[in-house]
Design a binder for this molecule. Sequence first.
Ligand code: PLP
Length: 421
Amino acid sequence: MTDPHSAPRRSLPEKGTGWSTLREQLVALGGDDVDWRAARTAVYVFNAGEDVLSVAKEAYALYQSENALGPAAFPSLKRMESDVIDMGLSLLHGPEGACGNITSGGTESILMAVKTCRDQARARGVDTQGAQIVLPRSAHPAFDKAAHYLGLETLRVPVTDDYLADVEAMERAVSERTLMLVGSAPCFPYGLVDPIEALGELAERHELWLHVDACVGGYFAPFARMNGVAVPPFDFEVPGVASISADLHKYGYAAKGASTVFHRSEAQRAHQLFVFDDWPAGGMTTPTAAGTRPGGAIAGAWAVMNYLGLEGYRDKARQVCEARAALEAAIDEMPELCTYGDPQLGLMIYGSETIDPFAVWARMKGRGWFTGLTTEPRAIHLMLSPAHAEVMDEYIADLRASVAEVTASGEDAAGTRATYA
Ligand SMILES: Cc1ncc(COP(=O)(O)O)c(C=O)c1O
């Protein structure tokens, strides 16, 4: 493919091109992309099978022009959003009065939670300039982005030897400048659920807002639990939890552009709203950062949730957990490799004390597997989808071969840098 930066600037074509040609071009453009349809990537994409993909696609297409900015024009979307929020709250022990909104993704859900927390504090008369979010080092950078946008600061606290939020160290980091505490369920780097109950007690003791980032686990952990996995309490069941982010476009298997942000009460959510009417086109009230809100993303999420239902999600969660367990068992048999922590959901990492995991990663990439990397520890990172259940044997066989090659050559991959985005 040509480098977009070295190619001459393209202008809009004088005449249009027919769809069949454009379609071919679009498919060709994707020729160098990772082969996620064949389940050979374990990052960025959640593949729950062709049937789920086509439900999401058709629902998206049906509502692709509709705009949730105008609920009076599109009561359909208002209804769908309210259904999705209700279904989410029913999974996350939402108490009476809990509420929420659909956003464009985890980052926007977190931005909205942080903004709501900040504005509630401001309403109490707190000077929030430079106020702090205390969070484990493993929390997602979306909190730093939100803090950057909102005039706040983050204070990242090292995790324990078990890679979990260190509640005591977080307590020591709390000061009169602290506004918010964060725990993840699970965190992205390690796939581990932080001790949310202990964080909830800490939040209550210091009268702080606890946000649980369940972007990855919100639509997975409840089903894993129903399947018998002992996931510790992480949602509104924990009294100190004020807000939760949970992504529909991750393990909710919805089309991209869909997440949920939940609040314990309407009084709390009131601080999320932006209300304005000092211009010539009438009053505007928007619940999230967006103006136009894509109807397709809302309809896609609504349709996939209703398509899969509890049974469907439980089945998908089982497939993912089985794929993860199969890989963990294979790694246990390979003396060169080790896993970190005790992952219960769909994320895991593995590394080595004797060979360079980045070199193994590069060998696996050469065999067509595209996965992530972590730096603390140096490890290979996987975010597994239901579709991986069918290719795990192949992945493990390739892993054995890659480990043997790296062991024999003693190579390292010093030039390989871990890049999240
Ligand atoms: C734990 C966690 N939080 C937040 C996010 C941000 O979500 P998004 O990429 O949808 O903005 C991610 C993304 O992977 C995540 O893993």
